[in-house]
Design a protein around this ligand. Sequence first.
Ligand SMILES: *[C@@H]1O[C@H](CO)[C@@H](O)[C@H](O)[C@H]1NC(C)=O
Ligand SMILES: *[C@@H]1O[C@H](CO)[C@@H](O)[C@H](O)[C@H]1NC(C)=O
Ligand SMILES: *[C@@H]1O[C@H](CO)[C@@H](O)[C@H](O)[C@H]1NC(C)=O
Ligand SMILES: *[C@@H]1O[C@H](CO)[C@@H](O)[C@H](O)[C@H]1NC(C)=O
Ligand SMILES: *[C@@H]1O[C@H](CO)[C@@H](O)[C@H](O)[C@H]1NC(C)=O
Ligand SMILES: *[C@@H]1O[C@H](CO)[C@@H](O)[C@H](O)[C@H]1NC(C)=O
Ligand SMILES: *[C@@H]1O[C@H](CO)[C@@H](O)[C@H](O)[C@H]1NC(C)=O
Length: 770
Amino acid sequence: YMSIITFFTWIHVLTFQRRNCFQCDTNHFCNCSSQNFLQVPAVPENVIDLDISFNNIESVEKTDLSLCSELEILYMQENKLKRIHDEAFRSQSNLVVLDLSFNKLENIASSWFHDLKSLKHLNLLGNLYTTLGSKSVFQYLGNLRTLKLGNLLLKKVEKNLLTGLTQLDEMTFIGHNLRSYEKGSFNTTRPITAISLSLNGLFQENPSLVSKILRDVSHPKTSLTIRDALLNTNDSMQPLEEVRKGGTARLTLQNISTTDEAVTSLLKVLGGSPVSYIGVEDIQLRGEGWWEKSWRARYDNLSTIFVRNVEIQGFFTFSSMIQLAFLLKHPQAVSVINCTVFVMPCITSSLLKNIEYLDLSKNLLTDVTIQETLCYGAGVMHHLNTLNVSYNSLKSLQLMSKLVTRLRKLTFLDISHNDFRTMPQKCDWPESLRFLNLSATKLYRATPCLPVSLTSLDLSENDLTVFHLSLPNLVELNLSGNRFLHFPDGGRFPRVNVLLVQRNTLNVFNKSDLMSFKHLQYLEAGLNNFVCSCEFVTFFKGDVDHLVTLRDGHDNYVCDSPFPLRGQTVDSAQLSVFECHMIPAVSILCSMIVLTLVLFGCVTLIHKLHRKPAVHRARENLRYDAFVSYSQRDAEWVEEILVPKLESAQPPFALCLHERDFRPGRWIVDNIIDSIEKSHRTLFVLSQHFVTSEWCRYELDFSHFRIVDEHNDSAVLILLEPIAKQTIPKRFCKLRKIMNSKTYLEWPQEEERRKEFWSNLQAALKREDS
Ligand SMILES: *[C@@H]1O[C@H](CO)[C@@H](O)[C@H](O)[C@H]1NC(C)=O
Ligand SMILES: *[C@@H]1O[C@H](CO)[C@@H](O)[C@H](O)[C@H]1NC(C)=O
Ligand SMILES: *[C@@H]1O[C@H](CO)[C@@H](O)[C@H](O)[C@H]1NC(C)=O
Ligand SMILES: *[C@@H]1O[C@H](CO)[C@@H](O)[C@H](O)[C@H]1NC(C)=O
Ligand SMILES: *[C@@H]1O[C@H](CO)[C@@H](O)[C@H](O)[C@H]1NC(C)=O
Ligand SMILES: *[C@@H]1O[C@H](CO)[C@@H](O)[C@H](O)[C@H]1NC(C)=O
Ligand SMILES: *[C@@H]1O[C@H](CO)[C@@H](O)[C@H](O)[C@H]1NC(C)=O
């Protein structure tokens, strides 16, 4: 009898035991997403945050979640949910977020929500329900703040849909195929702060239905977004009359396809409305931006226009910009971003003379058209506080400064992502300028053009190597992504609080570098070419955190050399006591041990360190014609041009590349010694970058080899780009000497001269005996 019970229990377990998901972190967040669950998995009872999205779950049963009473977040989107038991969420009185979107629910039942007293965010988008609202489904959700609902099958929205939602702040609705909407369905006792409607073709197919919807959602306190719509005809704009009547103050049109004709109609319909903000984003306009001036009404309250990503068949014409400006009585902020604007006519600027904020980024402005746009420097927009003309095609910084010099209130100027290249010695900025953004403008030198009034300067992503100016008011300085070899001198920036120098070619920095800044608090200096010397590693592990906050985290500080430490974080670099105190250790040893022993020891040591390749290398040992030494940054040239060329020559050259031919598992320096011993010549591919930042490592690692001697003819040098001798750091005297004494092969920019280059190179690599 007992065994029968056991048997049945066993069967029961076998059939009904749910799979587990115990992948939880210390915050009781269990991520069970994308694991092919067919049922709600068993999870720890103390789970707070549960993600079971992207599975194949078909139902939520009564007891599936009954033990998880602490649940606050439940993601169940993208499953195959058809059924949710009426009491499935009975114990979830703490639930705040519930996402049921993109499942197969055919009905939404109010019973599910009966106990979700804390629920604030509910997503029901994209299921199979075709009707919404027959019985006030959300009546128990008095705390709900955001609600997303609707799908492509939804036909009918009925009254009372939002009954009981007294705290709703945001609603997103999708109803591309709606057939009926009962008046008042979107009414709430308190206006919703933001509503987004996606109605697609309904504007054209059923404007009167759209009018009914817009009537319920247009309110001075409701910011309205109409997205994913076709607005091609005059009639399709008519429903927007409700927006005007309802007194909507903020209107955004997003992802719209429209025509000149429809825009004209829109301007007419909305004319005289109290709207103060119009946003227009991701628009495809079939036409030329020529909007017939048949409206009379103006837009007295419109203060902000935000236009982004407008694709127009023609360019934004002069006239459309002028027309827009005429509409506005009190404009304060105008943004026209990524709209192929190549000029804003001066007359428009004059009409906008009171604006404070102008953003014309990501357009086609040039040195010629920016002059017209800024009225040849007359300072017409005399209230302008912020000007953004980043991502255009401006070339002259001096011109730019002249054009803004009479804008007496200009404080923020963003001219990043232009093509300045050079900085003149003198510029004419307005005294009010505080924030200047010159990021990614191809500058290679900083000059006194930069005004002392600045408090924030962004010079990131340029080609600067030094900075010899003093900017006494600067608080934030961004020099990331340049080619600085030395840490900036803090004496020049007494107020700098935030300094960014990531992605440069710094080798080290030390306590006195940081102390030279009187007010430095935050530093980001990772991703440089750190030389993990004893001093640097000791300083970094010990002192750095007491001096500054490293905002980019310790893990970005990685050793570039010496070779054995390459790729390790500075924090994890282990230097032995012997390496760090080589000289004292050796001298103590020497004074303590019998002289002969010492001599013997030193000789052995020196012999090891200077393991010289055999002078008479047996010919059969020379497996390779050349060992190629190059910087990672030049790898593309080496691997795609040099190697194929030489390896396909007649007869082919055998090349040794460390990437390809190093034997795994051996110490890298051994590998190099080995490769050089087995190679007839060593080919150095030199570029500016290699020389200024990586030669150091080579001297360190190869100094034992005579190969870097100036008289050694086994080294062949290729100059990938012209290298100015004065840019080679003084301490690399060997390199300077080599470059003085040796002839090197220059990689020609001109196609015609390359043939000659290849034949010279092949001659230099050829073995005398072959
Ligand atoms: C859960 O993990 C998946 C990847 O398996 C990830 O895409 C998802 O964002 C994670 N969920 C959360 C809430 O972080
Ligand atoms: C919905 O609200 C609007 C304005 O808030 C009001 O005019 C209208 O009568 C309401 N409709 C219903 C059916 O309650
Ligand atoms: C649309 O409006 C334009 C002018 O605003 C007018 O020329 C055109 O006839 C109108 N089209 C329709 C179908 O009403
Ligand atoms: C400068 O502009 C770049 C992009 O052009 C932007 O990423 C950066 O945040 C800007 N810098 C500042 C300080 O705002
Ligand atoms: C440069 O640093 C500033 C902070 O000082 C930051 O706001 C800005 O975004 C940075 N620029 C870029 C291009 O990341
Ligand atoms: C710190 O480094 C700088 C170069 O960056 C050097 O001039 C200075 O002597 C170093 N100071 C100390 C105390 O090592
Ligand atoms: C050049 O260096 C190689 C390898 O280190 C060595 O074998 C050769 O003897 C040297 N040649 C001269 C002329 O010093």
